[in-house]
Ligand binder design. Structure first.
Ligand code: DSN
Length: 442
């Protein structure tokens, strides 16, 4: 058994070592501060506290109650709202709570963005009535029939007129905005008005852009018509893996609470609530500066990749207004392959990102396992202190690998050298250094 323990610890250390020597570009990831890590590894990680703060069904909760109250207060301050439920253990659970609140038990009806155009996997029920181009076409699940909103491939955004028509015809109970490929603010204001015409509630999945919204750089869904905003807490908001549901609808608060607990949760993850509270405090302090740079870096990386001849979508709109850019790599199909092959090649050179469907991939016969695109995010590299000149350096690595077809093992050594200057996590409070050393195996 000792051998197994050693093996696990060695694997952990190898993983940490690898990521310290890599360029992390996955748009749904970020890196947590030492203070967040300390909270997440605290005694709370094996405690129970079912229910709402102050009304728990377990003893031993006097400290988590206070922390959770602070976490809710910080959430309300950051997102300017009157209700914050910080118990959902993930963004998907927060979405399910929203579906519980707004759709009928059987044959509920929702409109959202198609997964193949950037909707999140939890938006398109596995067997959506309208047909889910990725996973299947028959029946319904979670009792929700889904009709996808119209999308404009050229603008990488929802098409307002087409979506309004769909909402009026389908008459959903819930119209959901937000998604996983998310370059520009969605037309929440325009389409919320249409949603209200047919009596639908409006939701917004802000998982990817939560930090950008909180820091005031993206859109402001709760003031543009969203009744509820859900999110995960570890993407542009650099907290631990967790979920939040927020609202400004006073009349819905008790319903929303009950739709999360006991409907979907028994215990929530107390250590992550503590870590989340710290991450929110960090973003209230440093978010304005951090998130401005995240977006600037995404635009700079888009420009730098475009300058070396790599096709980045949406050049006419400066590539993005978020933390993401989307690259069309179909030009490399004959020399290297498609998204899956390129993702693997880049990983061999310690550049970590994920392949992604382009909005026109399915129509052109490409499959989600080996699609025509890459999604690249700048949240983590910005938190590691990189700026515009490093975006040019990163684009150079792409050129060496994809255009000049250098051996990825050779480029990996260059990446390791490059990463040496970016080892400290920025935009956070001073580290509780011992916890840091232990937890990160530094
Ligand atoms: N699947 C994640 C993403 O990459 O967007 C979100 O859960």
């Amino acid at each position: 058994m000792n051998k197994k323990l050693t093996e696990i610890r060695n694997l952990l250390m190898e993983h940490h070592d690898w990521f310290q020597k890599s360029i992390p570009l996955i748009a749904s990831e970020n890196i947590t501060s030492p203070a967040v890590d300390e909270a997440c590894a605290s005694d709370f990680s094996h405690r129970y506290a079912e229910g709402w703060s102050g009304q728990r069904v377990y003893a031993g909760c006097k400290y988590i109650d206070q922390i959770e109250d602070i976490c809710m207060d910080l959430t309300k301050e950051y997102f300017k709202c009157i209700h914050a439920d910080v118990r959902p253990v993930s963004g998907v659970v927060a979405n399910l709570a929203m579906y519980n609140a707004f759709t009928s038990d059987n044959n509920g009806k929702m409109c959202c963005m198609a997964i193949v155009r950037g909707g999140h996997i939890s938006h398109g029920p596995r067997f959506a009535k309208s047909g889910n181009e990725i996973f299947g076409t028959a029946g319904t699940t979670r009792g929700i029939n889904v009709e996808y909103l119209a999308f404009d491939n050229d603008e990488m955004n929802l098409d307002i007129d087409g979506s309004a028509k769909i909402i009026r015809e389908f008459e959903p109970e819930l119209v959901l905005f937000g998604g996983s490929v998310f370059l520009f603010p969605h037309p929440v204001k325009e389409l919320s008005e249409v949603a209200k015409e047919v009596g639908a509630n409006v939701g917004y999945d802000g998982a990817h852009v939560a930090g950008l919204i909180g820091s005031g750089y993206f859109q402001d869904p709760l003031r543009e018509g969203a009744d509820v905003m859900t999110m995960s807490t570890h993407k542009t908001l650099p907290g631990p893996q967790h979920g939040i549901l927020v609202s400004n609808r006073e009349d819905l608060i008790e319903t929303l609470k009950a739709c999360a607990f006991p409907a979907l949760l028994s215990n929530h993850h107390l250590h992550n609530v503590a870590g989340l509270a710290i991450a929110l405090a960090e973003m209230l302090e440093f978010g304005k500066d951090y998130h401005k740079k995240v977006i600037e870096n995404a635009q700079a990386l888009g420009q730098a990749l475009s300058d070396i001849g790599i096709k980045v979508l949406m050049e006419h709109k400066n590539f993005t207004e978020s933390h993401q850019i989307v690259v069309d790599i179909t030009d490399f199909e004959k020399t290297i392959g498609l998204g899956g092959d390129i993702e693997k090649l880049l990983e061999e050179a310690n550049i970590i990102l994920n392949r992604n469907l382009l909005p026109y991939d399915i129509a052109q016969g490409r499959h989600y396992q080996n699609p025509g695109g890459l999604r690249i995010g700048t949240s983590e590299i910005t938190r590691l202190g990189m700026g515009k000149s490093e975006m040019v350096d990163i684009a150079e690595f792409f050129k060496k690998l994809l255009v000049e077809m250098n051996d990825p093992k050779k480029i990996k050594n260059e990446v390791i050298e490059f990463r040496k200057d970016f080892q400290e996590i920025k935009y956070c409070f001073q580290s509780p250094s011992k916890a840091y050393e232990y937890l990160k195996f530094y």
